[in-house]
Design a protein around this ligand. Structure first.
Ligand SMILES: Cc1cc2nc3c(=O)[nH]c(=O)nc-3n(C[C@H](O)[C@H](O)[C@H](O)COP(=O)(O)O)c2cc1C
Ligand code: SF4
Length: 550
């Protein structure tokens, strides 16, 4: 990260944004041309190499994707569901192989068979209707079950927006300190993976001097298997927006940035419409309700890079820098977007804020289990009899989620990958030991993460899944630190060699490799990958023995 580049990018504020401009340049031909990049570099006073470095990072800007028309979802859920080969074959037949690319992941994990064509996502049986899709007469609407267990905060029927925003007016009549006290009392912890209490983050940003501050919504939901943030942006967007507005008021930020992955076109569109509604109603803008408080939104669409979900990489991404993870401290609350105090929170975390402000911190804290207060959205994939998004009170047994909510599995399953690619690989024998909360997962040496569930059917080879995880990490590594950049690639090579050429792996060296990644990586991409690998080695030892030296 360069502090100078952050300042230079910040000169133009959010109105003209370098990263956004790169996306615009790529719209026509799939990748920006060198002359346009030079002009952008000049305009933002960036070095040409910096802008080129940024451009070459993103999947959607890479020359390899130039001119591609249609993209197959290469995420873990479509992989274990076994739908990708058929989708590839059908699309290649229809469009020609040079027109077919890949995207990760489209968040259609509830029915798989996912692909992206002409700005929209399709899944399930859609591949059988390519003619209609090309004529734009195939329905773009998908459906998945939405259910709950216990108190509903995020999944109840949305209130009429005009009535809902009475809470905003009410909140602006209170002091930021009073609202902050409720948020701290609620114990609300980040839902994006790390579980950090939001009250402390807001307090830190509030107490950092500065006139320009930012609240950033991390809607880069890149974990294959997760589509709960997508659900919130598409079905409950006002919870998210009001959550950001309240967070902004508490910390003194007048700008809210939503970084939404471009793999979710409908989320972007729906959020834009909702923001326009707020603007027309006068709920955002200058001197809102005569309170003297100003607030407005900016949507930044991502360009295909999993690491941009990591909060510091996300900030560099918005600034148009190469999205490499930053060393902390300084923390974003002290020196974040454009070097200004910034709070980055996950979509679901922010969506809980209106409930806390309306009902009080104590009411939220009373829900859930121990230090895991409130509820959690869980995403179930297409292996469940009733796939969908379920809101459960923290502490709900995993068995209840699987059997009562998901209604069991369509076919025999041997493991569930819970919490994204860096979450634990949970064998069926452990189901009874787990409940949906941070502490129980940690105590069993797994990770709740974003609580997405990708199933591995009985006939899916664990070695193939490990290979997929190394390959994913090698592709998505930001390259900042060696253990992750080299370790993920070496790991992938080792597994490939063991599978293909029978080059059996030295178990001690392999353990060295993942230990180095675990303790030496700068962020949880390289540092987190060893968790599911170790789970696989522990719980599926028999299956993996043939790939290791005796
Ligand atoms: C590789 C990586 C990917 C991440 N992806 C996401 C993501 O897609 N969405 C998210 O909210 N947090 C993601 N995080 C966590 C963020 O860095 C950060 O902790 C989070 O946005 C903070 O918000 P929260 O406190 O509300 O959870 C990721 C972290 C890492 C290391
Ligand atoms: S662990 Fe990987 S993604 Fe994270 S900083 Fe290191 S190289 Fe980048």
């Amino acid at each position: 990260m360069s502090k100078n580049l952050s300042e230079l990018s910040g000169r133009k504020g959010l109105d003209k944004n370098l990263f956004e401009e790169l996306g615009v340049l790529a719209r026509e031909s799939g990748t920006p041309n060198a002359k346009d990049l030079d002009l952008l570099a000049e305009e933002f006073l960036f070095g040409k190499a910096n802008v080129f470095g940024t451009t070459s990072f993103y999947d959607f800007l890479r020359p390899q994707n130039k001119g591609k028309k249609v993209f197959v979802c290469n995420g873990s859920s479509c992989l274990t569901a076994g739908t990708q080969n058929n989708i590839h074959a059908a699309l290649q037949k229809e469009f020609g192989s040079d027109q077919v690319g890949e995207m990760c992941c489209l968040g259609r994990c509830h029915e798989n068979g996912a692909f992206h064509y002409n700005g929209s996502n399709y899944s399930g049986q859609a591949i059988a209707h390519l003619d209609d899709i090309k004529r734009d007469v195939y329905p773009k609407q998908e459906s998945y079950y939405v259910g709950s267990y216990g108190q509903q905060i995020l999944t109840s029927t949305p209130q009429d927006p005009t009535a809902f925003y009475a809470l905003w007016k009410h909140a602006l009549n209170q002091t930021p300190d009073a609202l902050l006290a409720e948020l701290k009392a609620s114990g609300l912890r980040g839902r994006g993976g790390a579980g950090f209490p939001i009250g402390f983050k807001l307090e830190s940003a509030k107490n950092t001097p500065g006139t320009a501050k930012f609240v950033v919504c991390n809607a880069d939901e890149g974990d294959p298997g997760a589509y709960s943030d997508r659900y919130l942006l598409e079905q409950q967007v006002h919870l998210v927006l009001l959550g950001m507005m309240l967070a902004g008021y508490v910390m003194g930020a007048s700008a809210g940035v939503l970084y939404i992955r471009a793999e979710y076109p409908k989320s972007i569109e729906n959020t834009r419409i909702a923001i326009e509604f707020l603007r027309q109603k006068g709920y955002i803008g200058k001197d809102i309700f005569g309170s003297g408080f100003n607030f407005d939104f900016k949507i930044i669409p991502g360009l295909g890079a999993y690491i941009c979900g990591e909060e510091t990489a996300l900030l560099s991404s918005i600034e148009g820098q190469r999205p490499e993870v930053r060393v902390r401290p300084p923390y974003p609350t002290q020196q974040g977007l454009f070097n200004k105090p910034t709070v980055v929170n996950n979509v679901e975390t922010l969506a809980n804020i209106p409930y806390v402000i309306k009902n009080g911190g104590a009411a939220f804290a009373a829900l859930g289990k121990g230090k895991s207060s409130g509820t959690k959205l869980v995403s179930l994939d297409g292996f469940f009899n009733r796939p969908g998004i379920y809101e459960v009170e923290m502490g709900t047994p995993l068995k209840v989620v699987i059997e009562e909510l998901g209604m069991g599995f369509k076919s025999p399953i041997k493991a569930m990958h819970i919490g994204g690619p860096l979450g634990g690989l949970v064998p069926m024998s452990k189901i009874g030991d787990l409940s949906i909360d941070f502490e129980t997962f940690a105590s069993q040496k797994f990770l709740l993460g974003h609580a997405s569930v990708v199933c591995l059917p009985n006939d899916y080879p664990i070695i193939d899944y490990i290979e997929h995880l190394f390959q994913f990490t090698a592709h998505e590594s930001c390259g900042k630190c060696f253990p992750c950049r080299l370790g993920s690639t070496r790991g992938h090579e080792l597994i490939k060699g063991a599978k293909g050429d029978g080059d059996k792996i030295d178990a001690v060296l392999f353990d060295d490799l993942i230990t180095t990644m675990e303790i030496g990586s700068l962020c949880a991409l390289g540092g987190g990958l060893p968790l599911p690998i170790r789970n696989a080695l522990q719980y599926f030892k028999e299956e993996l023995i043939p790939y290791f030296q005796a």
